[in-house]
Design a protein around this ligand. Structure first.
Ligand code: SF4
Length: 298
């Protein structure tokens, strides 16, 4: 049994960290501005519950005024507990809308048995949410994706699409009409799990449809978690790398004019160190007794 004072101390620390990280993401990417009407997409999972909770907390403290409306899409999955979110949102005094649309039947009809339904399901859900955002006059659409989702997406795109492409913290929707924001971009999933347990959110699982939520993503998540166990801080490093891109050291000719490169005759201390031993790999610097060997057997 944990000391209750220690528990309270840890929860306060977690609450502050979540507020700080969300506040930083909002400020860094100019996610919320004066007068915004922020539509929070509330699926009923831990991430969207935490997003709403954190935004409500920030709204009370923020220097800019903005309003919040929570939207849940009732996709008519069998066993969906339709009364849970309205009761919770009413009790918290949050403006909300429950949109009923039977996307479940459409997905079931169109996706062959045994195949994952998540991609079509998400596409249909996105269309409905954009329409509702227009109807509600929302200026921003907030999604509950977090740091680990962003890193997973990066690897999914590399593994299966051959593209260096992640999940942006802010973007214009594909219909060009809305600005989508991810205020939890800096937040680690384990923190959201702890926060959801502490706040006892009424969680509705995404798997009511009977589908195993995107199997490849589940595998990616366990691969990244295994890396993190073996090398703590690795996910944070990968995440930070997304904001420190060096186009001259990648291979995209549309981002860097490799064809036009010419010697400048000017030394650059921050230039290429490709042939230098890398401290991070644990290699020692070369000495006259032990010169640098570029190739095995050289
Ligand atoms: S798990 Fe089910 S409800 Fe969730 S995204 Fe996939 S198909 Fe849709």
């Amino acid at each position: 049994m944990k000391d209750p004072r220690k528990q309270e101390y840890e929860q306060n620390k977690l609450a502050k960290r979540l507020r700080r990280q969300a506040g930083e993401a909002i400020a860094d990417f100019n996610m919320i501005e004066e007068g915004d009407r922020v539509m929070v997409c509330l699926s009923g999972g831990k991430d969207s519950h935490a997003l709403l909770d954190i935004l409500l907390g920030l709204q009370r403290r923020a220097a800019v005024e903005f309003s919040i409306v929570a939207v849940n899409l009732d996709q008519k999955q069998p066993g969906f507990p339709a009364d849970v979110l309205p009761a919770y949102l009413t009790q918290r005094g949050v403006d909300f809308r429950i949109e009923e649309q039977d996307t479940y039947s459409i997905v079931k009809r169109l996706v062959p048995e045994g195949q994952t339904m998540c991609s079509l399901c998400s596409r249909l859900r996105r269309g409905v949410l954009y329409r509702v955002a227009g109807e509600l006059g929302a200026t921003k659409i907030a999604l509950g994706h977090h740091r680990d989702d962003m890193v997973q997406t990066l690897f999914m795109n590399m593994f299966f699409q051959g593209r260096l492409k992640g999940m942006p913290p802010k973007l214009v929707s594909d219909d060009g009409r809305h600005v989508v924001i991810r205020p939890l971009a800096h937040v680690a999933e384990v923190d959201l799990e702890r926060w959801a347990a502490h706040r006892a959110f009424p969680i509705i699982p995404c798997t009511l449809c009977g589908n195993q939520a995107d199997l490849q993503r589940v595998k990616m998540k366990s691969m990244l978690r295994a890396w993190e166990r073996e090398h703590p801080g690795r996910i944070e490093n990968i995440f930070n790398a997304l904001g420190r891109v060096v186009p001259s050291h990648l291979m995209d000719r549309t981002l860097f004019p490799f064809e036009a490169l010419q010697a400048t005759g000017v030394a650059d201390a921050a230039g290429d160190h490709a042939f230098d031993p890398d401290d991070a790999c644990g290699e020692a610097a070369p000495t006259p007794e032990r010169p640098l060997r570029l190739f095995d057997g050289a």
